[in-house]
Design a protein around this ligand. Sequence first.
Ligand code: AMP
Length: 303
Amino acid sequence: MAVFSRCSVVSTAARTPTSAAATTFSYLIRALSPSFSSSSSSSTFDPETDLNRGKPAGLGTLKREPKGRNVQWAFLGCPGVGKGTYASRLSNLLGVPHIATGDLVRDELASSGPLSSQLKEIVNQGKLVSDEIIIDLLSKRLEKGEAKGESGFILDGFPRTVRQAEILEGVTDIDLVINLKLREEALLAKCLGRRICSECGGNYNVASIDIKAENGSPGMYMAPLPPPPECASKLITRPDDTEEVVKKRLRIYQTMTQPVEDFYRSRGKLVEFDLPGGIPESWPKLLRALNLEDHDDKQSAAA
Ligand code: AMP
């Protein structure tokens, strides 16, 4: 797997946690607790720690990240679009944690905690977990990260409802929301082809997607993403990646999560990105769309 250098456009200062950044993070953690009410938060949030407040948080703000605070980005997009893949690559590139709420839910499911059986039924049916539960899981994850000195994040799978977006917006200023888009016919195939290594958690795909050009729409090819030999015998399929459940998750995305796109669009924070194909075509284009550079990727391409 490629090792990425940090991005060239985020200043060194922006990557170094300071006490101001820690204050922002603690605030987020406290305010994300289930008892939080968004109306009570806005007056207490400290604008000193959130220099993007009031500015259009489009791509230009990348170059003037507030000192002492790392990026706070989120990914939106239908199931199967590749949020996890690109969020994880960007997290390596920018040196911020990739926090996938789906992973938090699956970790909870795998534990023998009190929520486990309740969550199993919800997730396996393709439904959304309640805002309270997901916010509790996210708060705990942020709290652990803060204890380790983490700063910034790339969220994947959160927010998924307008209420979650409102709560998040009430406690911190998300800089950028990347809305990944892929043609519908590819989404189902990608979910059905997804395989996870039961040992390391690596994400692979056995689907070979080859959509022919038709009626003015260009063709699209997405090669399978095979596992390395050490994972090949340990692959499992997610229980919610069956055809019936994926179709339901796509419908739920349209009703519950598409309004979140509008929420961020109206705040000038949404970057729309149509995936042109697999990782080799999409990754460099996504970096360009975000005004980022990946030196290691360039070097390996030149080698
Ligand atoms: P994902 O891996 O993102 O597809 O998430 C897997 C499942 O976890 C979803 O189908 C939901 O049941 C649950 N989940 C993950 N994130 C959220 C969220 N932000 N809100 C509600 N449920 C979530």
